[in-house]
Design a binder for this molecule. Structure first.
Ligand SMILES: [Zn+2]
Length: 259
């Protein structure tokens, strides 16, 4: 499964924490935090001669890759440890990594790239489960423009964070010390609203393939949350700082950083 070319191996050696994925269109980085950030929709590269898809969303989640990379650097400054990262460098115009395989592509030529992306996510998830049997977290990072001043959480109404909610209650995903709560405390408009008694989420952003496939409701999964940041929120330099602070508060409060 992990066929590694010499070229990729040498690139990986040059970047701290970089892991050679099976495709040059997938960036994968290691880290020692119980946290994986995935970014499926901010790539701009083509995949060989794969044509532009004519079915499904093709819009780019602009700014989500630099957001994740900046959050990783800020967490390293704050916690002396980095999250793991999987980033799609390919454009969503050719392949949508946040869809089930049958809906992700229209050309079979895109399949190896799809498989390379998900092989990396699956590998990190499985390594996190071994390293952190008490719990680890996947955050799937997106952007939306329909409601430019709102961040939407997607967990299929709590399903993909089943383990976390069983352990700590729904406060862990929409209370004061949740990641959503951390953003709300900085003045961000969030959905569901903080302290809501219902786990219901906006249907448009209720959680895609990644959180559904890797979430803790599945036997081999971990807690998984999708974040859809509004266009105006992504335009602010402060978002990465606030998101990193919200993640740090959550990890601290819920014991992820306990030795
Ligand atoms: Zn997206």
């Amino acid at each position: 499964m992990h066929r590694r070319s010499l070229i990729l191996a040498s690139v990986a050696a040059a970047l701290p924490g970089a892991v050679a994925a099976d495709s040059p269109l997938v960036a994968s980085l290691g880290g020692s935090l119980p946290l994986l950030l995935t970014v499926p929709h901010d790539g701009d590269e083509s995949i060989g001669s794969v044509p532009v898809r004519t079915v499904g969303a093709t819009v780019r989640d602009l700014g989500t890759r630099p957001l994740a990379e900046k959050v990783a650097s800020l967490l390293e400054q704050k916690l002396k440890a980095r999250p793991r990262l999987v980033i799609a460098k390919f454009s969503r115009k050719y392949l949508d990594a946040n869809r089930a395989e049958q809906d992700a592509m229209q050309s079979p030529e895109a399949l190896p790239t799809y498989q390379a992306y998900h092989a990396e996510v699956a590998r990190h998830v499985s390594e996190l489960r071994v390293a952190f049997p008490q719990g680890a977290l996947l955050l799937d990072i997106h952007g939306q423009s329909e409601d430019p001043n709102t961040t939407f959480r997607g967990t299929r109404a709590g399903l993909t964070v089943k383990a976390l909610v069983q352990k700590h209650g729904i406060e862990a995903i929409q209370g004061e010390k949740s990641i959503l709560g951390g953003l709300a405390s900085k003045g961000y408009n969030v959905n569901p609203s903080l302290g809501s008694v219902s786990l219901e989420e906006d249907r448009r952003f209720a959680g895609g393939h990644t959180v559904f496939f890797y979430g803790s409701h599945r036997p081999q999964g971990i807690d998984a949350i999708q974040f859809e940041f509004g266009k105006n929120q992504r335009a602010s330099w402060s978002l990465a700082e606030h998101f990193a602070e919200a993640i740090t508060t959550f990890l601290n409060h819920y014991g992820y950083l306990a030795k």
